[in-house]
Write a new protein. Structure first.
Length: 310
């Protein structure tokens, strides 16, 4: 066949239509809408509607019942002048920083130890995870008894002055039991995340490093920590968020005392809003706390995205 006939046959063939994307012109089954729309409506009714109503109440003098009047921004102005509210925010922030640092340091140490070749490794993992499965309030009352009776007795026997009295009644050390309980329960979940990160590291990297004479500290700081960086960021975000919302530990251990020294923001909102006759005032505090959490979450998200790009 000549070239001219070949070109004629080719020209007579119908031109190929451009391939459509797998999602272009795709019809979505109505069943998906029947499943998604009711869930979205229920979510909006139980989350967004109460949130919007709460924001509206923050501009009133409502006590949670009866008549109320619109007072504008007076509640928000009073918040910035209230020393008790200011102390709660400072205490909550410092508490969250201490808890976050301790949880991540201890959890990383335990994860590296559990990831090594040790006997009864799975058993140790289960033991360390047990505190996470216990109710905070229930175990909190157990720790309250420990800090009230056995621990001061041990302090007196050893001649340790600051430990000879209950830490829960000390204005200087009442925050210690809250941190202890929060760290004791929070470490377990962080250990699991770090273990998941350690499982992604190839053993050949460590074998090559051992041939170069790398010691244990260099092994961790130069190889392990950089490779589990994303997991470290996730743990920081989660542990800080949980620590910033510390509530059950305060209720079980100190009830905000002594002299309101251990009141966190969430505890103050609950105590003053539901039992103290400050419904609208503490609702304004809750809105302010929401804004603070949103700013912190935005900053953490920006830092996380920057590290992922690196």
């Amino acid at each position: 066949m000549t070239s001219s006939s070949t070109s004629a046959v080719a020209s007579s063939r119908p031109a190929k239509k451009p391939r459509k994307s797998a999602f272009s012109g795709r019809k979505v089954d109505r069943a998906f809408y029947w499943m998604a729309v009711p869930a979205a409506l229920i979510f909006a009714v139980f989350l967004y509607v109460p949130f919007i109503r709460g924001v509206a109440y923050s501009f009133t003098n409502s006590q949670g019942f009866g008549d109320y009047k619109w007072i504008g921004l007076k509640n928000y102005g009073a918040l910035f002048k209230d020393n008790r509210v200011g102390h709660a925010y400072v205490f909550t922030f410092l508490l969250a920083v201490i808890i976050t640092l301790l949880i991540n340091v201890i959890a990383m140490f335990l994860a590296v130890a559990l990831n090594s070749r040790i006997a009864f490794k799975n058993g140790f993992r289960a033991i360390y995870f047990i505190p996470y499965t216990l109710g905070v309030l229930v175990i909190g009352y157990v720790f309250k008894y420990i800090f009230m009776a056995p621990l001061p007795a041990i302090g007196k026997a050893l001649g340790i002055g600051w430990l000879s009295q209950s830490l829960l009644t000390s204005e200087s050390y009442s925050w210690v039991p809250i941190v202890f309980l929060s760290v004791w329960q929070g470490v377990a979940y962080s250990v699991l995340i770090y273990l998941a990160g350690l499982q992604t590291i190839d053993d050949e990297i460590y074998e090559a490093a051992s041939l170069d004479g790398v010691n244990a500290w260099q092994n961790f700081w130069k190889i392990t920590f950089p490779l589990i960086g994303p997991f470290f960021t996730i743990n920081l975000v989660l542990s800080f968020k949980n620590a910033f919302n510390t509530f059950d530990q305060v209720v079980a251990l100190t009830d905000g005392g002594p002299d309101s020294k251990t009141e966190t923001v969430t505890y103050l909102i609950w105590k003053g809003g539901l039992t103290g006759g400050e419904y609208a005032y503490q609702t304004a505090n809750a809105v302010l706390f929401f804004i603070v959490l949103a700013i912190i979450a935005f900053i953490q998200l920006r830092i996380s995205n920057a590290q992922e790009k690196v």
